[in-house]
Design a protein around this ligand. Sequence first.
Ligand SMILES: O=C(CO)[C@H](O)[C@H](O)COP(=O)(O)O
Ligand SMILES: [Co+2]
Length: 229
Amino acid sequence: MSQDKLELIRNAGPSVLPSLLLCDFGDLKTELARLEDAGTRVLHLDVMDGHFVPNLTYGMPIVEGIRRHSDLPMDVHLMISDPLRYAQPMVDAGADLLTFHVEAVEDAGAVAREIRSMGAAVGVALNPDTDLSALDGCLDEVDMVLVMSVDAGFGGQSFNPVALAKLAALKQSHPDLLLEIDGGINLKTIAAARAAGCDLFVVGSAIFKQDDYAAAIAGLDAEIAGGVS
Ligand SMILES: O=C(CO)[C@H](O)[C@H](O)COP(=O)(O)O
Ligand SMILES: [Co+2]
């Protein structure tokens, strides 16, 4: 089922993925309806453990609650020290694409294979200070690479352009991999990410700090469309 969702994500073309980190969790059902009405095709969920990153968010009950109120594919970004400990529960809760951080594990290829065996598509993430060479040996095992353009842990940080060169290099070396960027994406930064070969654009503040989500996403979509030949 999750491979079908991966195809849905691929077939959606370049897409804005709202990061629910900054949404109103007191009114999640309304937030999800507003995002769906605004044309959202994929949701991005940020799971933080207060250990791998100095921030704590939510776990399986929230992921499962979102699944009950939305059929959209869920891209779950695990910012946790022990991704395999929670991978199967996250898949059971409804994660379609499960992404772990390369900095958190010893053998990223083995972690990716194990997550895939659980029935989810798999992504690997790397922070701005982590060199692409850290992904050696695991790129053939993943469906997606998440290039962080801020240090994982908090929304609302400024875009780090080091992500652009990484995206361009990955696009050249692995043209079939899905590429995602996360952190500080807004109307000023999104076109450069698209031009570097990015497919999936995670956006938190630039949507949730606006009153009109549809207008915010439409503006970002327009920048994506203008950012590539
Ligand atoms: O993974 C994340 C933080 O670690 C979030 O997805 C990201 O920060 C989104 O928020 P913003 O668009 O405000 O940067
Ligand atoms: Co994220």
